[in-house]
Design a protein around this ligand. Sequence first.
Ligand code: CMC
Length: 429
Amino acid sequence: MPNNSLTITDNRTDRTYTVPLFKDTVRATDLRQIKTQPDDFGLMTYDPAYMNTSSCQSAITFIDGDKGILRYRGYPIEILAEKCTYLEVAYLLHHGELPDPSQLAQWVNEINSHMMLHENTKKFMEGFRHDAHPMAMLVSTLAALSTIYPDARRVNDAESRRLQCVRLIAKIPTIAAFSFRHTQGYPYIYPDNELGYTENFMNMLWRMVEPKFQVNEVIARALDILFILHADHEQNCSTSAMRAVGSSQADPYVSAAAAAAALSGPLHGGANEEVLRMIEEIGTRENIPGYIEQVKSGKCKLMGFGHRVYKNYDPRAAIIKQAAYEVFEVTGPNPKLEIAKELEDIALHDEYFIKRRLYPNVDFYSGIIYQAMGFKPEMFTVLFAIARMSGWLAQWQEMISDPEQKIARPRQIYTGYPAREFVSIELRG
Ligand code: CMC
């Protein structure tokens, strides 16, 4: 049995410490005993952007970035994308197990019956400017739900938490659809209980004067698969925001708004919108080499490339690429796919990208497929947020139930002035 500990010698004092190892990590607080003087604060770790820090223990999502593996609750993403619906996967994330048929029927029924928004929420959304970005509307409206459900503040009440999770998973497609209709100046379409989750969303987005909107099943299934692929991704920026805000016992609506705000940035979920804009800017295949040169010289980034965790390939990107072909059979080819494929091909053979282990991520192809389905680029990150809501909430539930979790509160290395003399205003300058 190997000795499961670390021996550290402090060369400042020549003292030696034995620190236990915990699941291949060192508990940062164990380093505090390492001091030069008894009244020293003790050693801390320094890890800007959390490059090598585990902030929690989690049983939800497993990623092996070097091997390109992603699993939810132990099930490979490829199998879930092939065999499940999004709501089945959302159930899995929340309950830890796949549902049996009656559990799934009950879950779907419960989600369906909470899709409606309070009329005050609808009125609140009507107040946005006509050209407001749908992601900004989503962030604000998620926070505004907190005014409708004050019971959500009882975060230590398991039944209340469960209800808020159901409400949020149910209402986010409705908010997303209303925000799209708002930008178009169309009346909002209420949810229809007879439709599935994805079909309902499509109906709320696109129904016009026809009495019944005909959902294209191939597109609905492709969208459902995209939702599965985006449902969770362990401790990414937005999930960490959800956990950090939730750790102060703020309610899940404002915590989810914070998570959605984190997602909106171009380095995170906002990348899918940026990929499409980048491909539009490149315009033709002839311009690709010139664009790659600009990326290599540091003028811009190749959006949809690179990942903090995946250093081999992003398994979600491979599934999306396949789903794209099925969508194009229905919608006709998107010429942007050709540019994307060539961009990928050139980048994958270029020393700059090989050396840095930069591969297409989930956002590289998702924008192209979303556009072919009929979505405007401003909606791409909103689609990501709909799917990620189930993951944020599963992580939030896990965080609240974890006896080791406390309010998130990092330390800092202070680099400012030492104590200095105050100068009264008449003597300054
Ligand atoms: N294009 C060109 N160079 C890149 C790119 C890129 N997309 N990504 C990273 N690099 C370079 C970076 O400049 C650095 O080079 P050097 O060592 O010479 O300074 C090196 O690769 C390491 O990059 P990093 O910025 O230290 O890596 P990170 O782990 O901090 O960042 C990332 C990860 C995803 C933010 C980054 O790769 C990126 O900005 N990609 C483009 C935006 C994007 O597609 N985001 C979506 C991520 S996946 C879905 C999601 O999270 O929502």
